[in-house]
Each structure stands twice: as structure tokens, then as C-alpha cells.
Design a protein around this ligand. Structure first.
Ligand code: XMP
Length: 324
């Protein structure tokens, strides 16, 4: 019969068989899938796994620290963080089209990751990292046509995914699992609740939640608004009731407001709370008015440049969860 510990044992054995005495690399996104996949591989091959975390500057408040501190404390995994914030900002300068943004972010991600791999290889005396660990789940396998290999991973997942010409052999220990099973495996492996029950967050990060050009200043504004929304949702005990709640900055829109005794001319942010089983369809979440009120009051008081908070009441379809 099916038990979580039997899945762990079985996967660990398989990984050992596949990787042999080779070295593996894993890009951590901060998400639950890559975190659990890496923890499994670490259990199987120890320090022959190195995790790489690319800080693209499109992260939410506290995310880098969570990976560097909490995840490493829980797993003992060897982690290399690459600070690529400037590089991504440069690549995103002047880019406003959503697909162009995703492409730019994906392209830079691959370059940074490749360089990190070369550096690690040099450090290991030229010994190649032949295996790439990915947190591909069963629904991803089905969606991408059931085939194996990086080429079949839809563009959606390409941040964290890599192109064909990188000669890696994929290690995908979660390929037979659904999300809830992945979470149970994560808990079995001793990962903290905050990581295991983390809500989904897109690879391109806050970059696709700024409608308009992505700049350092705009990222700071959105990061502050997002942190407040998350704090209040957590304080209200709603984290498990919602699938996720993107906060979107309408950076090219301004509206007139009044605050204190002055006129303001600031930007709106959109709250996009959704309920979903698998993100293929979603319904907008009927959040309690008191929670909405607290979020709205705090964001407009605490985040300069934001003078209006609006609520997205669109289901998916017709809206997607993210705005870009
Ligand atoms: P949409 O906007 O397509 O989002 O309704 C569905 C789910 O996928 C997440 N998402 C992404 N995840 N890379 C990711 O890893 C991406 O490029 C990406 N785009 C959207 C989104 O947050 C939602 O959970």
C-alpha cells in the first residue's frame, strides 16, 4: 500500500541508481517542487548535489533569506546563491510586453545558471555536473505531452527549466506525484511548513506583476505592498483557504487621490486572491471585508506612491491568475 515513506525510499534508491557517482545540480526557485526534489536528491547523493539559487531581484520580501537560512538549515544542502539583480534589471530595461519580459527573464536565467555550472565545474577540478534536478510534477508531464526531457517542458515553466543544448541528464523524482503528495514527501523529509505549504509563485516573479516596465523603484513599491497583503492574509488565518493572492502594480496608470491635506497622484495596486485546485481554473476568493479593509488601509498608508487598492473579481477563465 501507498505510504509517503515508501515513496521516499523508492525514489532515493532510483536516484542513486541513475546518478551513480556523478554530480548533480539543482536550480532552487524558492518553490515547493524544486525544494522537495532537491531534498530527495540530497538524501540520495549528499554533497554530490549542489543547489543554485539565482536572485534575479524579482523576488518577494524575505524569500532569499528563507532559502538561504531555513531551507539550508532543514536539509543541510550545499547552496550557492548568485546575485544577478543588476543583470536582470538591465535585461528588462524598456521591456513592457509580457511575453518579451518572460523571454528576457528566461534567457538571463539560463545564462546565469550556465555560468554558475561552469564555476562549480572549475571548482570541482573540471568534473562535470552531468545531472540536472527538476521538480517536474505529474500534471506537468501530462500537460507537456508525456514525453521526457527539457524540450517538452512548456515555456511557462522555463524559468528553472533549461534548453536542450545544455547536455544535462534530467533527474525528476516527482514525476509521478501530485502537489499534495509532494507536500507530504516534503514534510517526511523534514522541510519546514513555510516551505512545504508555500503558495505558488511564478518563476518570473514580480517581473510579471508590474504592468509596464520593470524598474528597481517599482519593484520596491510592489514588494512592500505584497508583503503587507501576505502579512494580513496570514494574520487572518487565510493562507490555507486561498491558492495564492498576486498583488499587481499598475505602474503606468495613475489616479488622483487625497491624503492628509494634500492631493496625491499615485498608482493603483490590484489584489488578485484566487481559490483553485490546480491553477487550470480558478475562482476569485470572497475575502472577508475586514481583511480587505486592513490590507487597503495599510498599503495606502505605508507604501508611498500607492494611493488606491482595487480587487480583481474575475474567474479563470476568462482571466488568467497572473496579469501577464
Ligand atoms: P496563470 O496566470 O497562467 O497562472 O493562470 C497559473 C499558475 O501558474 C503560475 N505561473 C507561473 N509559474 N512560471 C511558473 O513557474 C511562470 O512563468 C508562471 N506563470 C504563471 C501562476 O502564479 C499560477 O499559480
Amino acid at each position: 500500500s501507498w505510504t509517503v515513506s515508501s515513496i521516499v525510499e523508492e525514489q532515493v534508491a532510483r536516484i542513486r541508481e541513475q546518478v551513480g557517482t556523478g554530480r548533480a545540480i539543482c536550480g532552487l526557485s524558492g518553490g515547493v517542487d524544486s525544494a522537495v526534489a532537491a531534498a530527495l536528491v540530497h538524501k540520495a547523493i549528499g554533497d554530490r548535489l549542489t543547489c543554485v539559487f539565482v536572485d534575479h531581484g524579482l523576488l518577494r520580501a524575505g524569500e532569499r533569506a528563507q532559502v538561504e537560512r531555513d531551507y539550508v538549515a532543514a536539509t543541510g544542502v550545499r547552496l550557492v546563491t548568485v546575485d544577478a539583480r543588476e543583470r536582470f534589471l538591465t535585461a528588462l530595461a524598456g521591456v513592457t510586453d509580457p511575453e518579451q519580459k518572460r523571454k528576457a527573464i528566461g534567457r538571463e536565467f539560463i545564462r546565469v545558471f550556465e555560468q554558475a555550472e561552469l564555476d562549480l565545474q572549475a571548482e570541482a577540478g573540471g568534473d562535470k555536473y552531468r545531472f540536472l534536478v527538476q521538480g517536474t510534477l505529474y500534471p506537468d508531464v501530462v500537460e507537456s505531452g508525456g514525453g521526457a526531457g527539457a524540450a517538452n517542458i512548456k515555456s511557462h515553466h522555463n524559468v528553472g527549466g533549461l534548453p536542450e543544448d545544455l547536455e544535462f541528464e534530467l533527474v525528476e523524482p516527482l514525476r509521478a506525484l501530485f502537489k499534495d503528495e509532494v507536500r507530504r514527501v516534503g514534510l517526511e523529509l523534514g522541510l519546514p511548513e513555510v516551505i512545504v505549504h508555500r503558495q505558488p509563485f511564478p518563476g518570473p516573479g514580480l517581473g510579471i506583476r508590474i504592468i509596464g516596465e520593470v524598474t528597481a523603484e517599482r519593484l520596491e513599491v510592489l514588494r512592500a505592498a505584497d508583503a503587507i497583503a501576505r502579512e494580513e492574509l496570514t494574520a487572518a488565518g487565510l493562507d490555507r483557504d486561498i491558492w495564492q493572492c498576486p498583488v499587481v502594480l499598475l505602474a503606468d496608470v495613475r489616479s488622483v487621490g487625497v491624503q492628509g491635506d494634500g492631493r496625491t497622484y499615485g498608482h493603483p495596486v490590484v489584489l488578485r486572491p484566487v481559490s483553485s485546485e490546480d491553477a487550470m481554473t480558478a475562482d476569485w476568493t470572497r475575502l472577508p471585508y475586514e481583511t480587505l479593509e486592513r490590507i487597503s488601509t495599510r498599503i495606502t498608508n505605508e507604501v508611498p506612491d500607492v494611493n488606491r487598492v482595487v480587487l480583481d473579481v474575475t474567474s479563470k477563465p476568462p482571466g488568467t491568475i497572473e496579469w501577464e
